[in-house]
Design a protein around this ligand. Structure first.
Ligand code: NAD
Ligand code: GLY
Length: 361
């Protein structure tokens, strides 16, 4: 097992990465102070890992409840969030109750938001079970839900007590979901570490095959990078926005098609291709680097051609992005691997990228 720490002073926490961690009582024990625990999971993950987690918690002698949510991005909303509050209140959960998010990013984001709100804040632990949630969403304390008009628009910054990333859980992950996770790995390498990006290019096939060693390295390095960005800029005053590379276009794809139509990681994969195209048009990125990015996104079995929502609709949706200020869209652009630039882009260049994105990669 490897441990990466997120250095946030009195809110610092460990990210444990390894195999067969869900069953390890000792990893949970230091982070559960109260008498009760509520596991939040969904209809897919509960039958796979629910018993394993409850068995790990049993020796701690806690009162353990489980709430099972419907599965999918389409349920990342107020109605589903309320099911968590219903369960907490029914179980008479108190201020020391610990929530445990067992599942992917949808479960983690909603559980974290519920933890931030319930009694104005109770502790929570992330047990991410998708590659995407292990490399990205479980780390850094962004929690929330979607609104029909914009992705992740309602939420809170709220850090977990610990992240327990069990690589073994990825064995049951469908290939399409694995690919969605690889998208965030590619993003992390592209924005922050040219050497890691090269490693991804060389190992993308091993990641596609779900090889444990490759996955462990990808999760560890992605978490190290994300932990250092979050430690430097927890509430996205500046630097943290680089983690949104590909997301401005990607969130527009997700909201525009209807949540759940494209997976978040698929939208990010295509969104990175679009952001790289825009970077080339603005004279920031060289064509060879753009082509490398497109190649690795394609090799990860991710889409490189954007859905034809119409340019006007893309722009409308991008204006709702959290990075937009006074309606002006901010893009995360690439200068070279490991180096980004955050800024605006002339309308003509954005229109040209949108026109190119739906016909070629
Ligand atoms: P997800 O939570 O929907 O999980 C994907 C699918 O895999 C679901 O059907 C889930 O039930 C299933 N699943 C989970 N673990 C499994 C396992 N081990 N075996 C088999 N099936 C399993 O999606 P995701 O890709 O994990 O997360 C996407 C969400 O994360 C989006 O809502 C996105 O906005 C959010 N996100 C948040 C952050 C953040 O910083 N908070 C960062 C990136 C993404
Ligand atoms: N996934 C973007 C962030 O955590 O800031």
């Amino acid at each position: 097992m490897i441990t990466v720490n997120v250095e946030l002073g009195d809110r610092a926490y460990p990210i444990h990465v390894g195999t067969d961690l869900i069953g390890q009582t000792a990893l949970f024990a230091p982070h559960i102070a109260g008498k009760s625990v509520t596991i939040v999971t969904n209809t897919v993950v509960e039958p796979l890992y629910g018993d394993q987690l409850r068995a790990a918690l049993a020796p701690l002698g806690k009162d353990v409840h489980t709430v099972v949510l419907p599965d999918g991005e389409a349920y990342k909303n107020w109605e589903t969030l309320n099911l968590i509050f219903d369960a907490l209140l029914t179980a008479r959960a108190d201020r020391k109750t610990t929530l445990i998010a067992l599942g992917g990013g949808v479960t983690g984001d909603m559980t974290g938001f519920a933890a931030a709100c319930y009694m104005r804040g109770v502790p929570f632990i992330q047990v991410p079970t998708t590659l995407l949630s292990q490399v990205d969403s479980s780390v850094g304390g962004k929690t929330g839900i979607n609104h029909p008009l914009g992705k992740n628009m309602i939420g809170a910054f709220y850090q977990p007590q610990a992240v327990i990333a069990d690589i073994g859980a990825l064995r049951t992950l469908p290939a399409r979901e694995l690919a969605a996770g690889v998208a965030e790995v590619i993003k992390t390498g592209a924005i922050a570490d040219a050497e890691f990006f090269e490693w991804i290019e060389a190992n993308v096939a091993a990641l596609n095959r779900c090889e444990p060693e490759a996955l462990a390295h990808a999760v560890k390095r992605s978490c190290e990078i994300k932990a250092s960005v979050v430690a430097a800029d927890e509430r996205e005053g500046g630097l943290r926005a680089i983690l949104n590379f590909g997301h401005t276009f990607g969130h527009a794809i997700e909201a525009g098609l209807g949540y759940g139509e494209w997976l978040h990681g698929e939208a990010v994969g295509c969104g990175m291709v679009m952001a790289a195209d825009l970077s080339v048009r603005l004279g920031m990125l060289d064509e060879a680097s753009r082509a490398r990015l497109v190649r690795v996104v394609k090799a990860a079995n991710l889409p490189i051609v954007a859905p034809a929502l119409g340019a006007e609709r893309y722009v409308d949706l991008m204006q709702v992005d959290k990075k937009a200020e006074g309606g002006a869209i901010k893009f995360i652009l690439l200068e070279r691997f490991g180096q980004t630039h955050i800024g605006r882009a002339p309308d003509e260049a954005v229109q040209a990228t949108l026109a190119a994105a739906v016909v070629k990669g």
